[in-house]
Design a protein around this ligand. Structure first.
Ligand SMILES: CC(C)[C@@](O)(CC(=O)O)C(=O)O
Ligand code: SF4
Length: 477
């Protein structure tokens, strides 16, 4: 379609993929460039194809991995849990029957679905990317329109490589200014969610803009886009730039040679036009941000680490007050208590939010020459086997092991309670993942969402901390 009015990045990608425009309330029909699959949300979809006698329309645009149910140690052994074993075996059977590429547990390219897509160069600017997983928004960091879909939609995409969908509204989240040392992309997104609320992005695609966003690495942009869903948004996007292109160049599935040059020319057009209008705008000053932690049972119940547990009696909004009372009761926290005094027994570094090499490097820099506090258990779980390999090549595994942390194989691990890595009832964690719902990490488990830096400092000190709370030993910068 030849556009006359200025368009946002999201509108440009949407228009380029509209197979048929819906009339009135009828949805558009969107073409899907990349379909990612994992063991949890695909069984029924493949069953649906089988029952209808259908094939996968584009196996070459489909890739599967095992990540949610897999153990992260003893991966050479059969999966002990019968439900997890069934999920994984069903995925293997389906991928074999329908001709879909699968990276199984132990494979060099296996990992969390939202880590391996970008890592393989499969996720590219201007693409539409879907997966039966709400954190598919991660891939928007590359300027792709990437969003989670339900099981029936997974079946539709498998069968037709298209999806009926009504356009999202557009929200610009502009973050200008310079982040202070120790403040990371995780703190930006936790502050955004605290500001607009877990429903603030409902029906929107969020486009992150501004000098602070442009200064971020691809891993940091993925952290931010990953948690767009926790603000209720369907997708999050960052316009591709030289940082994006440098990350992609030479990756296994990235265009090569003349195709690369042609792709670059196209990708450079993927920016919001001057004068394009967003349906909503939000502004944050990065220089005002400090390390953020959650105190409650949704990602929007967060505060700067320097503050104290909120007192529900002082929350004017009735719904928020009741939600805070319920959350504090579950989290067993006393109003007015300094967040820095909250003791944890577990620290989890990993997940599709913060399980990449940059996240492990950041945590290792804090842990180098230090020890995990006694009584604290720290799990370090690389987001993929490639991340694990890269970390070992840099000796990061030795830093973690010397500090007393556990060094694991790749998977979703303690992000959610679907595999052996879980909290016991009443246990409390500092976790670099993206959800702190009741029981998320295991029945009765209590989760505080933090950045990799806060996770590492918390492991050393034993209570929620940032690196500046740690004593500086001689010889450490
Ligand atoms: C539950 C799991 C399959 C999931 O990946 C699902 C999702 O994100 O939609 C999650 O992190 O909650
Ligand atoms: S790491 Fe966590 S949030 Fe990401 S896909 Fe796995 S379970 Fe979902």
């Amino acid at each position: 379609m030849t556009a006359t009015r200025p368009r946002t990045l999201a509108e440009k990608v949407w228009d380029a993929h509209t197979v048929r425009r819906g009339e009135g309330a009828e949805p558009d029909l969107l073409y899907i460039d990349l379909h990612l699959v994992h063991e949890v949300t695909s069984p029924q979809a493949f069953d649906g194809l089988r029952l209808a006698g259908r094939k996968v329309r584009r196996p070459d645009l489909t890739i599967a991995t095992e990540d949610h149910n897999v153990p992260t140690e003893g991966i050479e052994l059969p999966i002990a849990d019968p439900v997890s074993r069934t999920q994984v075996e069903t995925l293997r059977r389906n991928c074999k029957e329908f001709g879909v590429r699968l990276h199984p547990m132990g494979d060099a390219e296996q990992g969390i679905v939202h880590v391996i897509g970008p890592q393989l160069g499969l996720t590219q600017p201007g693409m539409t990317v879907v997966c039966g997983d709400s954190h598919t928004s991660t891939h928007g960091a590359f300027g792709a329109m990437a969003f989670g879909i339900g099981t029936s939609e997974v079946e539709h995409v498998l069968a037709t490589q298209t999806l009926p969908l009504r356009p999202f509204k557009t929200m610009a989240i502009t973050v200008d200014g310079e982040l202070r040392p120790g403040v990371t992309a995780k703190d930006i997104i936790l502050a955004v969610i605290a500001k607009i609320g877990t429903g603030g992005g409902q029906g929107y695609v969020l486009e992150y803009r501004g000098s602070a966003i442009e200064a971020l690495s691809m891993e940091a942009r993925m952290t931010i886009c990953n948690m767009s869903i926790e603000a209720g948004a369907r997708a999050g996007m960052v316009a591709p730039d030289e940082t994006t292109f440098a990350y992609l160049k030479g990756r296994p599935h990235a265009p090569k040679g003349a195709d690369w040059d042609a792709a670059l020319a196209e990708w450079r057009e993927l920016r919001t036009d001057p004068g394009a209008e967003f349906d909503a705008e939000v502004h944050l000053d990065a220089s005002e941000l400090t390390p953020f932690v959650t105190w409650g049972t949704n990602p929007g119940q967060g505060l700067p680490l320097a503050e104290t547990v909120p007192d529900p009696a002082r929350i004017a909004d009735e719904n928020q007050r009741v939600a805070a009372e319920k959350a504090l009761s579950y989290m067993d926290l006393r109003p007015g208590m300094p967040l820095r005094e909250i003791a944890v027994d577990t620290v989890f570094l990993g997940s599709c939010t913060n399980g990449r090499i940059e996240d492990l490097r950041a945590a290792a820099d804090v842990l180098r020459g230090r020890k995990v506090a006694s009584g604290v258990r720290m799990l370090v779980v690389p987001g993929s086997m490639r991340v694990r390999q890269a970390a070992e090549a840099e000796g990061l595994d030795k830093v973690f092991l010397a500090a007393g942390a556990e060094w694991r194989q790749a998977g979703c691990s303690m992000c959610l309670g679907m595999n052996p890595d879980q909290l016991s009832p009443g246990e409390r964690s500092a976790s670099t993942s993206n959800r702190n719902f009741e029981g998320r990490q295991g029945k009765g488990g209590r989760t505080h969402l933090v950045s990799p830096l806060v996770a590492a400092a918390t492991a050393v000190r034993g209570t929620l901390s940032s690196p500046e709370d740690l004593p500086v030993e001689a010889g450490r910068s």
